[in-house]
Design a protein around this ligand. Structure first.
Ligand code: PRP
Length: 184
């Protein structure tokens, strides 16, 4: 197997600037604040990609909110994937009767979120919604939509704002296109 090629982030084309991201996060934060007025929310982030979006979203929401994280095993996105998702870190705090928003960095095939949605519903939350920073509708293998989406994007490999290539680039503050020929 060839080793990953680490192109400097500065050489990757910007898809969304930090200002564009911040504007969308603030807009979604306002919408959630309005919709959940007088209630409290539990944000459940999916490690690791969603950590940065969740951190910004939590601060853009003005109603009481707490947050928790789950982690799933990556099902392997190569051609031989079984599509099976496995939970490797569960919730720390019960969500029964709570208003829950699952928070993702990217909704791609939908396999991760449809697995997590089913799992969260078994805990009987009062309500369950989904927020994602990016949505790649072209790639969907199972029918699932997010309630809150910052940006819909075409089927391109992206890095930054929590999203990685071989664990790198998660700290890049904007969202960039990773070159097609760089080995992913
Ligand atoms: C990414 C992303 C979602 C999932 C979406 O996670 O964070 O969890 O893929 O893809 P899907 O809709 O096809 O299921 P990844 O496995 O890359 O792990 P990471 O969050 O640690 O980067």
């Amino acid at each position: 197997m060839s080793s990953p090629v680490f192109v400097p982030a500065s050489q990757c084309e910007i898809l969304f600037t930090t200002d564009q991201i911040a504007d969308r996060v603030v807009a979604i934060g306002r919408q959630i604040t309005e919709e959940y007025k007088g209630q409290s929310i539990v944000l459940v982030g999916v490690l690791k990609g969603a950590a940065i979006f969740l951190a910004d979203l939590a601060r853009a929401i003005e109603v009481d909110n707490t947050f928790d994280f789950v982690a799933v095993s990556s099902y392997g996105k190569g051609k031989t994937t079984t599509g099976a998702v496995k939970l490797i870190k569960d919730l720390d705090v019960p969500i029964e009767g709570k208003h829950v928003i699952l928070v993702e960095d990217i909704l791609d095939t939908g396999l991760t979120l449809s697995y997590l949605r089913k799992l969260m519903l078994q805990h009987k939350p009062a309500t369950l919604k989904i927020a994602t920073c990016l949505d790649k509708p072209e790639r969907r293998l199972v029918p699932i939509e997010a309630d809150y989406v910052c940006f819909k994007i075409p089927n391109k490999f992206v890095i930054g704002y929590g999203m990685d290539y071989a664990e790198k680039y998660r700290n890049v503050p904007d969202i960039r296109l990773f070159p097609e020929d760089a080995g992913h």
